[in-house]
Ligand binder design. Structure first.
Ligand code: ATR
Length: 287
């Protein structure tokens, strides 16, 4: 479904949500959220607003002034927006960056739904549970930090972090009691292996490569790549060949959006409609 069919035309009562970022024109979020609003028969619309670096706090004030009821936040505003808000979820308290702002009776609250979105993706797309699992995370950038913090709250038994730059891995390991810096030797004994680096990403520094040697993957594992373009990364191809369970990046993208949608509207998100929109937009972007 590329063009959502709204049962309500835009009127004076229509409520607005938006994503701020730079760049933001290629965001899949408008398609995902508008499909959700339409499927749930909500009189809401979602737009992408390019906002220059350094104007994140202004955008939060604008949200209040203009009565925007939901905000998604992407690069380069995640830290500025978190700093501009008085209220944060535990994820934002730990990470210092937010990807979502929602209204409560007590004021605007910043959340970071990326990590919880990853956990929800694993637990709804596979039979695996994070609680009690041994996990290896490849990478220690922004996405990795969100995931590591959420894995800790979800009760992972251990979270090993492998990263090219060891100081970044050490910093990320402070986000969860179960986390520590490891090397690739930890991969074969992990229940769940997650790539959060841009290795293998279309248009990234090293497309068509995998951050994990294929011989370290086993058929007992869930191997997740948060990259969604290409749909099948080299890591995912190698993991399938090893007999592992494989998950790509779209489920995390969808579930972080589901959490935002539910914060804003208080309504259970229509997962199927939002997934269909994400799948068709991602396929169109790759075409
Ligand atoms: P994101 O917000 O998507 O997490 P990021 O914060 O720039 O992006 O993090 C990128 C991650 O990919 C980092 O872990 C980075 O490793 P370094 O900390 O050593 O920079 C990793 N990365 C990027 N290119 C890489 C490459 N060619 N080889 C290995 N790791 C790479």
């Amino acid at each position: 479904m590329l063009i959502p069919e709204f049962s309500t035309p835009i009127s004076g009562a229509t409520r607005l949500a938006a994503v701020i970022g730079d760049p933001v024109r290629h965001s899949l979020s408008p398609a995902i959220h508008n499909a959700g609003f339409a499927a749930a028969s909500l009189d809401w619309r979602y737009v992408a607003l390019p906002v220059a670096a350094g104007r994140g706090a202004d955008a939060v004030r604008a949200m209040d002034v203009l009565g925007i009821d939901g905000l998604s936040v992407t690069m380069p505003h995640k830290a500025d927006v978190a700093a501009a808000l008085d209220h944060h979820t535990p994820a934002v308290e730990a990470l210092g960056v937010c990807n979502c702002v929602f209204r409560t009776d007590g004021g605007l609250v910043g959340d970071n739904t990326d990590g919880d979105g990853f956990v929800a993706a694993v637990e709804s797309e596979t039979t695996r549970r994070i609680a009690g699992s041994t996990v290896v995370v490849i990478g220690a950038g922004g996405a990795a930090r969100s995931i590591i913090e959420a894995l800790g709250r979800a009760g992972a038994a251990s979270i090993g972090i492998v990263n090219r730059t060891v100081s970044a891995a050490r910093s990320a390991a402070e986000l969860a009691d179960a986390a520590s810096v490891v090397d690739l030797d930890a991969v074969p004994v992990a229940d769940i292996v997650i790539n959060t680096t841009s290795v293998g990403m279309l248009g990234g520094p090293v497309p068509d490569q995998s951050p994990v040697p294929a011989e370290l993957l086993t058929d007992r594992q869930l191997v997740a790549d948060i990259i969604y373009s290409p749909a099948n990364t080299q890591l995912m191809i190698d993991a399938s060949a090893a007999g592992a369970t494989v998950m790509g990046g779209l489920p995390m993208l969808i579930h972080q959006a589901v959490a935002q949608f539910e914060h804003w509207t208080g309504v259970t998100a229509p997962l199927a409609a939002m997934s269909d929109a994400a799948l068709s937009m991602a396929a169109r972007a790759r075409a």
